[in-house]
Design a protein around this ligand. Structure first.
Ligand code: ANZ
Ligand code: ZN
Length: 714
């Protein structure tokens, strides 16, 4: 065993190469006995590369995957790039680089960064959403949705981002601003492609009960779906949707959606009172919610009250009346609106539809997929409601698949969130270009066993992917309705009190840290910040501490062989604690427990081989390079990462009890933890052995206090 400092550069380089050569992280997807699909949310490249915050989340997910592998699961941990879309494209536009060229550069950098951190990714199964072998199937999914009546084109009032020069789905408007560029979003009346997510509103809601997800994500989805039970009541030719039919007596006006408030000149009869009430157009009425018409009850509703006051409409006080149910029928409405899927941009999969003057809209025949995104130099969005492909007749001029006549292709591309709504289905089937995914493999590996990602995607990605999976299930393409059995939301990394972001200028590039301190030290540092669901504050100072920790562990393995009752007593507790903490992703306390244990060993000055092996194994998910090196130095030929997680005797792992003083002939020689087998453990102590040797003895045991070995003849 070599002395001195641990050289992370040499060690990490060596094991990266060796692991790749052995195919250590390539999962045998066909023959796996205990499949465990450990997935981290799809990364989308924005600027130069991954920052420390992204790396944090990936490492947190990887520690869990490595732990599961040591528990005997066949873990599949794939990685790829969500490289299509506005986010990447906006950055490419900003720096004046073609999005395709930009993607090539980012891809190389991303994979290099992700490789360095030492995650157990199966590098034989990577995928990128802009790869035609991938988006061929994204388009195929669009075609299936169209054929099933789940994709349609319609004119509606939609969100328009004047900066991104494209429409956005409701879910991509956060507090009135564009999710990607934070510009104030405008409303526009446009004809667009939609996915009929509303058809699944009830199922999206019901299935939440079955999912092992954190409650705040489920609550967010419930709220977004917004189920509302009420009644439809007839007011003359108008029908209103109300959740308070019992207040119908107090309706003093009727309001329909309008761009500004104005009296229409029309009067209708209140069905309950027979009184004629005025019909108004009102700004506060949403055109496509409920029936688009509301009965105004100023006495019971704040907005109606404000409207009535402003326009001097009367108010009627009355007692709520349950008998009014006879004026209408029960109905349910959802706030969720259909998913707007088309984008007037360049960097996405062309929507695989053709419009023919005679036959109307036709899907591109499946044998003609993919519809390739052409290489063009005028890829900038124009903001005229059409995408850049609309300037290219060589792209859009085609023939009708139905009648063979002249026809035109759709020139919008699809939303990036469609690319990322199905990627998990493709990973295990990467390489299969005959079908989107392999039936057997899909059944064996999915739903995903553990999904880790950011909570900010509750109503975006997590809702879209649930919907798409349900739709694909109903169309017979996948054997399950829900994509992710468990979802774990990781916390955020902040720096100087603020979320890490380029605009705040507090982004930390992990590359420098890996080069300087090593991947293991960075991983340990991340995981020591706090429980993963809480994230933490990134401070340079802490890194040094982790480098010292790595070196201490390394030196520990140079200590001589020695048997200590204290270490023997501490070990089962450590194994229990580290395992349980990793399972609930409190990696920080697992590390803290190991630190304490290391202090104990240093105090004793030696330890046993089995203890060394177990500690190395427990460190392996957190510090995979260091652990592998230690394992190798213990003369093992196989990888530490496929060793079984250490077992412990639950009896011995019970919380620490009192300390027993061990005496030989009345003189204190050692202390051991109280618990079962006190005598045996006391005799295993080197300090005790030294004095007892082969001599005959009798034992005086005072439970909870002292054990005294009295050597015969004394
Ligand atoms: C009369 C009334 C009296 C109402 C009262 C509420 C309280 P949720 O729960 O969100 O579904 N409403 C219906 N359609 C609307 C539209 N298109 N635009 C704006 N407001 C609309 O809310 C349903 C309630 O919101 C309905 O019940 C209606 O006002 C209003 F004391 O009817 B209510
Ligand atoms: Zn035709």
């Amino acid at each position: 065993m070599s002395e001195g400092k641990y050289d992370h550069k040499t060690v990490e380089g060596k094991w990266q190469e060796e692991w790749a050569k052995r195919g250590l992280d390539q999962t045998d997807l066909k023959d796996a006995k205990r499949p465990f699909y450990n997935l981290m949310m799809f990364p989308y490249p924005s600027a130069e590369g991954l920052h420390v915050g992204n790396m944090y989340a990936f490492t947190a997910s990887d520690v869990y995957g490595r732990f599961k592998r040591m528990q005997g699961f066949d873990v599949f941990e794939p990685i790829g790039l969500d490289g299509f879309g506005i986010h990447s494209e906006n950055y490419a536009l900003k720096i004046g680089r073609h999005p395709k060229e930009h993607a090539r550069i980012t891809q190389e950098n991303f994979y290099k960064q992700l490789h360095q951190i030492g995650n157990m990714f199966d590098w034989s199964k990577t995928l990128e959403t802009y790869d035609p072998d991938y988006y061929k199937w994204t388009q195929w999914i669009f075609v299936q949705m169209y054929k099933a009546g789940l994709a349609y084109k319609a004119k509606s009032e939609v969100n328009w981002c004047p900066h991104c020069k494209t429409v956005l789905a409701d879910e991509q408007v956060i507090d009135g601003k564009c999710e990607r560029c934070k510009t104030e979003v405008l409303k526009k009346e446009l004809e667009q492609w939609f996915f009929r997510i509303t058809k699944y509103a009830q199922k999206l809601l019901d299935n939440l009960e079955k999912l092992d997800w954190v409650e705040k994500i489920k609550a967010s989805q419930r709220n977004w779906i917004g189920r509302s039970e009420g009644m439809k009541l007839k007011f003359g030719k108008y029908e209103v949707f109300t959740t308070r039919p019992d207040t119908v007596h107090g309706a003093t006006f009727l309001a329909v959606a309008g761009k500004s408030d104005k009296f229409t000149g029309e009067m209708v009869k209140n069905p309950a009172t027979g009184v004629e009430i005025p019909v108004w157009e009102a700004e506060y009425i949403v055109a496509d919610y409920g029936t688009g018409a509301v009965m105004g009850v100023p006495a019971h509703d704040e907005r109606d009250m404000a409207f009535a006051k402003k326009h001097k409409i009367g108010m009627v006080e009355m007692e709520p009346d349950e008998s009014m149910r006879k004026y209408g029928e029960k109905t349910i409405h959802f706030h969720l609106r259909d998913w707007l899927i088309s984008r007037q941009r360049y960097w996405g999969p062309p929507i695989p539809m053709i419009v023919c003057p005679k036959c109307g809209w036709q899907p591109v025949p499946e044998k003609d997929l993919p519809v390739l995104l052409p290489d063009i130099s005028d890829y900038q969005p124009e903001g005229n409601g059409k995408g850049p492909l609309a300037k290219h007749p060589e792209f859009y001029k085609t023939t009708c698949p139905e009648c063979g006549g002249e026809a035109e292709r759709e020139t919008d591309v699809s939303d990036t969130f469609l690319d990322s709504a199905w990627y998990f289905l493709k990973y295990p089937s990467v390489g299969n270009d005959k079908e989107p995914w392999d039936g057997e493999i899909t059944k064996k590996w999915m739903p995903v066993h553990m999904y880790t990602g950011g909570a900010e995607h509750a109503n975006l990605h997590l809702l879209y992917t649930r919907f798409l999976t349900m739709a694909l299930h109903d169309l017979g393409h996948v054997p399950f309705e829900e994509p992710f059995t468990r979802f774990f939301a990781h916390g955020m990394i902040i720096k100087d009190g603020a979320k890490m972001s380029k605009s705040k200028g507090n982004v930390v590039n992990p590359d420098d840290y890996i080069a300087k301190y090593g991947a293991d030290a960075l991983r340990l540092y991340f995981m020591f910040l706090g429980p993963v669901d809480q994230g933490g504050d990134f401070r340079d100072a802490g890194m040094e501490g982790m480098v010292r920790f790595v070196n201490r562990v390394y030196k520990l393995f140079a200590l001589p062989e020695a048997k200590s009752a204290d270490i023997i007593a501490a070990e089962p507790r450590l194994i229990k604690k580290v395992g349980e903490d990793i399972e609930r992703r409190h990696y920080n306390t697992a590390i803290a427990a190991m630190m304490e244990y290391i202090n104990l060993i240093n105090g004793v000055g030696g330890w046993m081989r089995g203890q060394r092996e177990n500690l190395a194994i427990m460190l392996a998910p957190l510090a995979p390079f260091l652990a592998e090196e230690l394992w190798y130095r213990l003369s093992h030929k196989d990888s530490i990462h496929i060793q079984a997680w250490p077992k412990y005797d639950p009896e011995l792992a019970r919380p620490k009890q009192g300390v027993i003083v061990v005496q030989v002939n009345g003189k204190m020689r050692d202390r051991i933890a109280d618990g079962p087998d006190v005598e045996q453990r006391a005799l295993e102590s080197d300090k005790v052995k030294e004095f007892v040797g082969e001599a005959k003895y009798r034992t005086i045991f005072v439970p909870g206090k002292v054990i005294n070995f009295v050597i015969n003849g004394k």
